[in-house]
Design a protein around this ligand. Structure first.
Ligand SMILES: Nc1nc2c(ncn2[C@@H]2O[C@H](COP(=O)(O)OP(=O)(O)OP(=O)(O)O)[C@@H](O)[C@H]2O)c(=O)[nH]1
Ligand SMILES: [Mg+2]
Length: 362
């Protein structure tokens, strides 16, 4: 399962957003450092194609794809020196596939901003600096070890790794996130270091209720102050959280009152999918219709492994039909009659929206 860590300053609304995404009811309060121990939950990835598939196939259970979310204590300027709660909680997001950086863009008397004013670009700078300093410590230690190993073994891969680490250290010393500074090959070589600034990052502007209906305008107003090319989504975390506890009807009414046309949580899930280049495939087994996320370029056997390692190990073949063809045909049997179901081998590249049925030796 994909794992995403939430990082941000205290009182940025990280736990509020976590609750909106996971319905987990983590503690939220107006004083800084409300969160100490990490909150862990799972967010549903909204999927209209899955809903349409379910309408046609009428399975007993419909299971959307999930993303694991981890929400940690707030970082402040100087966390690497132990300010605030320090940066020791960063360990909980080291092994995440991506980071969600929550930047406060709402004003409220009820929750003081740790820096005394609302300024998302400044806060982003603070976060990136603290993440880079944490990485610098990891990478410097790793570089020393790798250099000794490369010198000792004379192995070419070890040498390349040591050099990649040295380049990462140089980038971090300049204050640059590793992901922006090194090549894709270097990122692969650095993978086992779990560097925070090597991860894809999604910036979430947490906007006030007054702006909730104008997320595009909100992003535009900060765009120039944020790094070019950064993936940015604006949501009102508080409103999104409130809506989660309402009936569908009340939720629709409240969102309408604020002029919100598309749920912020859905826009975050979509942005994360884009950022990570993920595709969705579906399984229809034993009366269950289920959505799964895999990286673009995944093969049929990769998809099988996502469901169960046994399926990948005993892989024989996959029956593949695009969800849209299946929806149009009305049933698997009808899709088969139309010749829309193909038999594919283990190396077949999975397409976004493919429905896959695996044949495997148990
Ligand atoms: N008005 C408004 N208040 C918000 C919004 N998001 C969060 N808040 C408030 O800001 C305060 C802090 O929210 P939390 O979600 O606890 O913030 P956090 O980032 O998890 O804070 P720490 O755990 O202390 O690091 C709470 O009083 C929230 O109700 C928002 O979109 N609008
Ligand atoms: Mg919190």
């Amino acid at each position: 399962m994909l794992r995403v860590g939430i990082v941000g300053l205290p009182n940025a609304g990280k736990s509020t957003l976590f609750n909106a995404l996971t319905r987990a009811h983590a503690q939220v309060a107006g004083h800084p450092f409300t969160t100490v121990d990490p909150n862990v939950g799972e967010a549903v990835v909204p999927d209209q194609r899955l809903e349409r598939l379910a309408e046609v196939l009428r399975p007993e259970r419909v299971v959307p794809a999930h993303i694991r979310i981890v929400d940690i204590a707030g970082l402040v300027r100087g966390s690497h020196r132990g300010e605030g709660l320090g940066n020791r909680f960063l360990g909980h997001v080291r092994e995440m596939d991506a980071l969600l950086l929550v930047l406060r863009a709402f004003e409220t008397e009820a929750a003081p901003h740790p820096e005394g004013s609302v300024d998302p670009a400044r806060d982003l700078e603070t976060l990136l600096t603290e993440l880079a300093l944490a990485d610098l410590e990891t990478a410097s230690a790793g570089a020393g070890r790798a250099e000794r190993r490369a010198a000792g073994t004379g192995d070419r891969a070890e040498r390349e790794r040591a050099e990649a680490l040295a380049r990462a250290v140089a980038a971090l010393e300049r204050g640059s996130p590793v992901r922006d500074a090194v090549s894709a090959e270097d990122l692969d070589r650095l993978h086992d270091q779990f560097l925070l600034t090597a991860k894809p990052m999604l910036l979430v502007l947490n906007i006030g209720e007054d702006d909730a209906g104008r997320p595009v305008e909100a992003v535009a107003s900060y765009r120039a102050a944020l790094p070019a090319g950064a993936e940015v989504v604006a949501v009102c975390a508080k409103l999104e959280e409130e809506v989660e506890d309402l009936t569908d009807e009340d939720a629709a009414e409240l969102l309408d009152a604020y002029g919100v046309r598309e749920r912020g949580t859905a826009r975050i899930a979509a942005a994360a999918r884009r950022l990570l280049g993920l595709i969705t495939f579906y399984s229809i087994e034993s009366s269950e219709c289920r959505a799964w996320l895999v990286p673009g370029g995944a093969t049929a056997v990769d998809a099988a492994a996502e469901i169960h390692t046994d399926m990948a190990r005993g892989f024989i073949r996959a029956e593949v039909v695009p969800a849209d063809s299946l929806i149009e045909a009305g049933s698997v049997a009808a899709a088969r009659d139309r010749g829309a179901v193909r038999i594919e081998g283990r190396d077949h590249p999975v397409g976004d929206g493919d429905v896959l049925t695996f044949r495997f030796r148990a």
